[in-house]
Design a protein around this ligand. Structure first.
Ligand SMILES: *Cc1c(COP(=O)(O)O)cnc(C)c1O
Length: 413
């Protein structure tokens, strides 16, 4: 699309936006002077859908009116209601996904199964700039197997003087380590740079050298298009509180490819992963459900999951392809405005990206504080990056225009 610099153009984009109506489905935060702010932190915590309260109240009333009877009547199957919509979001069969636990917990559960190092094939490829929790999880898994992280972790770094990992370098590293490689574990969209990786190609390269391939999709889910089943990914996990707007600490989702569903390898077992027919006969011998549900351990946190109903309904109505289209458009429009109005700012996010820009700003921390004081909520990452993540379901093009004006003022002051 060809963009223009005027505010009138931003208004035109908004009036042509088919997703504009969804903004009204969310509660928009205010600042402490009760003025509306510009919320551009959708990659940290998505806003609250208005219908969340209704869904929480519903579960509270079932609890108060039915007590434990609510379990059998409703809550035993509660997580199942998300299977179809979640599968649509990640390109999976409904049996390949399940909502459970929190993200890092799920990463551990998946690594317990899918990281099976041997004496010779035990290495893990990870981004040097991966989210810290990914590093911690992977390091502890390596130690659990009695290996040393120093010789086991292959950390991918951008080339000297570059900020972004080159795709060809990922593939080269996979091939270079092919005989020792047990696992490739990357973020789908890097949380820091906003770079979106070609998961299909990475998976293919990983399969060719006999490695397991798993992705952390915390910044991909609800943001970019995914087709995990077709791409043949082994496993993935994500949280639902960022783009998906299911509330602070809301549960995580996982994908496990169908070909693993009759899993005979190691896994951490719990009663919620046990065959549903005999679960309440309370047998002491574990008989796993032969879908991704077999990796569940505990019964679902119903009150924590209820907001996800509201969030997924909106996603389902709006449709992921429209959301992705607007997300791309918003980030490129923002890039255009920054380039024209504030050329001193360097954008490190490459074109293949989620709906996020990571800005390298001289005096970044001061600039960040200025824009925060002037009503824009975004996010600061040490040592020098401001992350801006508009959300296609509740942000407008005019807000992006206004944000760039504030940013310009901040840089010039
Ligand atoms: C947000 C995020 C997490 C958060 O983990 P929790 O277990 O939900 O606290 C983990 N990894 C990545 C890549 C993230 O972006």
């Amino acid at each position: 699309m060809k963009y223009e610099k005027s505010k009138a153009f931003a208004h035109t984009l908004d009036s042509n936006d088919r997703l504009a109506k969804y903004r009204d489905e969310f509660l928009y935060p205010k600042n402490n002077r009760k003025n509306e702010i510009i919320y551009l932190a959708g990659n940290s915590l998505g806003l609250q859908p208005k219908k969340v309260i209704k869904h929480i109240k519903k579960e509270l009333s079932v609890w108060s009116e039915r007590g434990v009877m609510g379990q059998e009547e409703r809550w035993i199957k509660f997580h199942e209601r998300f299977a179809e919509q979640t599968a649509n979001l990640v390109g999976a069969l409904p049996t390949e996904v399940v909502i459970m636990n929190a993200l890092t917990v799920n990463i551990h559960l998946l690594l317990i199964s899918f990281y099976q190092p041997s004496k010779t094939k035990n290495k893990i490829i990870i981004e040097k700039d991966a989210f810290p929790s990914d590093h911690y999880a992977v390091q502890s898994q390596i130690k659990l197997h009695g290996f040393d992280t120093k010789n086991t972790l292959i950390e991918l770094l951008p080339r000297a003087g570059e900020k972004i990992l080159r795709h060809e370098d990922i593939i080269t590293s996979i091939n270079e380590h092919k005989d020792e490689l047990a696992l490739i574990y990357l973020g789908g969209v890097n949380y820091y740079t906003g770079q979106s990786f070609d998961l299909e190609k990475i998976t293919k390269a990983g399969k060719e050298v006999g490695a397991m391939v798993g992705f952390n999709l915390a910044h991909s889910i609800g943001n970019v298009l995914l087709d995990l089943h077709k791409w043949d990914v082994d496993f993935s996990a994500w949280c639902t509180y960022k783009y998906l707007c299911a509330g602070p600490g809301s549960p995580s989702g996982v994908f496990i490819h169908k070909r693993h569903h009759k899993w005979k390898g190691p896994r951490l077992q719990g009663w919620w992963g046990h065959n549903k027919e005999s679960r309440f006969e309370m047998p002491s011998v574990f008989n796993a459900i032969d879908t991704s549900e077999g990796w569940q351990i505990s019964n679902a946190p119903i009150l924590g999951m209820a907001p996800l109903i509201a969030a997924m309904d909106i996603y389902n109505k709006a449709g992921m392809s429209s959301i992705r289209e607007k997300g791309e458009n918003m980030s490129f429009y923002m890039e255009y405005l920054i380039f024209h109005f504030i050329p001193s700012i360097k954008i490190i996010t490459p074109n293949k990206r989620g709906c996020q820009l990571s800005l390298l700003v001289p005096n970044g921390k001061k600039v960040f504080k200025f824009i925060l004081d002037n009503g824009v909520v975004c996010d600061w990452r040490e040592p020098d990056i401001i992350r801006i993540a508009p959300h296609p379901l509740y942000n407008t093009y005019v807000e992006i225009f206004e944000f760039v004006k504030v940013l310009k003022k901040a840089v010039e002051s």
